[in-house]
Write a protein that binds this ligand. Sequence first.
Ligand code: SIN
Length: 546
Amino acid sequence: MSGPKGAPARRGEAAGGVAATWAASADVVVVGSGVAGLTAALDAVEAGLRVVVVTKDAPDAGCTRWAQGGVAVVVGDVPADTVAAHVADTVAAGAGLCDPAAVESIIGAGPAAVRALQARGAVFDRRPDGGLARAREGGHSAFRVVHAGGDATGAEIERALVASANGLPMLAGHVALDALLDDAGRVVGLVVLDDRGVPGVLHAPAVLLASGGYGHLYASTTNPETATGDGIALALRAGATVADVEFVQFHPTVLWTPGANGRRPLVTEAVRGEGAPLLDRAGRRFMTEVHPLAELAPRDVVAAAITRRLAETGADCVWLDATGIEDFTTRFPTVSAACRAAGVDPVREPIPVAPAAHYACGGVVTDVAGRTAVPGLYAAGEIARTGLHGANRLASNSLLEGLVLGGRAARAVAADLAGPRGVAGAGAVRTPAIGIADRARVQRAMSASAAIGRDAAGLAAASDSVEAATLLRAPTDRSGVEDAALTLLAQAVLVAAGTRTETRGCHVRTDFPERDDRWQRASLVLGLDPAGAPVVRTELATRGAA
Ligand code: SIN
């Protein structure tokens, strides 16, 4: 086994409880190869840093390439739209928990980040007059979402970034196991397992986590198999805090087929943006009774309304009627292909859809430059909780955040490396044995009791179920690392969801169905207790959210 391409390899090192078979070094290890990770890696190289990217599957196997809708951004060529309006829509969707300063900072940096992405080769769809084409999605007051390949925006962004990253030292098929810390709690490296479970050590004064969210906490999700929360679990074990983890966003319109679980095809909100109504089993349009924006209400509102309708009618799905959209197949090739593969012709018949887990609005607490509370540990993209999303992410703000935070985190690493660093070589692996539960059991418990519609009894039952299934052992391969992460994430979500006794954004408590002003601007911050269990540390007050 050798070290990564471009980094010096040394054999035979040991790191605490793990007998590492190889070691290498870099200035920064980036974990994850989606929009945030590759943007960070490329910008770090431009800043003169030696970079190694660690990614547990193929470089393009993560969530980014599945993103359909696009990038929400105001680049100034739509006279009726402004950055201020985009900020206002983001704060409104966030249901009182956005940090307005973070929102302004990140949304304001969007245009430059999109231009940098275009300079790296990403090609967005254009109107006949040559301007960027725009879509509208839930919660947006304007047509401002730029897209590529119709509904294949993530695939185009990933293609451009992977092509730009060609030649970067990259360990594909390696999963991050644990951060190495020195005695002062500063990051000095990362322990990884290769696809045969062979451990290695990457010595580095900075580790930048961009490994995405945890959609696979639930039985049905839009996320690919990689979305198991590994980076968040790693950060918690390293001493970082997480916040807003109870706000798991369910996408309202995911293609429904009988009995199908795991990754499910998305039907982008842009279909509703083009005017497709949602119908119940009686063929009645129901969103007009729920919200003035009807099908274009923020995502949490639409997903909760569909869930209620399903309960009222006893149906398994509702229907999205896209038959009135001109050139549907050209505008939405990805959705069309998925529908046809499932035996549905979206041009002639309504598409059966139901909500499924989609996005983690919370995550590792960072500032707007990606710094966590642990010196040398950074986070960017879906894994991070910057304060942009609050209790419910505005559609298509995620690719934007990944672009902005990926770049900023790289520059924060470069700036911080000029200051004090951890003591190289002093790190030891601290967690040889961690709680691991059976994944299917965790997913069943979370889907039954911690999806849309939660109550105290269900959350307690889910906790009991996860606890009863949990054994202490050392993960020895990728699936062990993933199962351990999902177990810890389940515990964290259940603790936070049980503590938040109100309904807000993506967090719907059927036993506390109203928004409660006592929780206004209060994010729950969790850390680990000495036994490694998630506990609420504090409530983080966000500044002045409406
Ligand atoms: C979609 O295309 O509906 C998803 C976009 C997003 O999650 O932001």
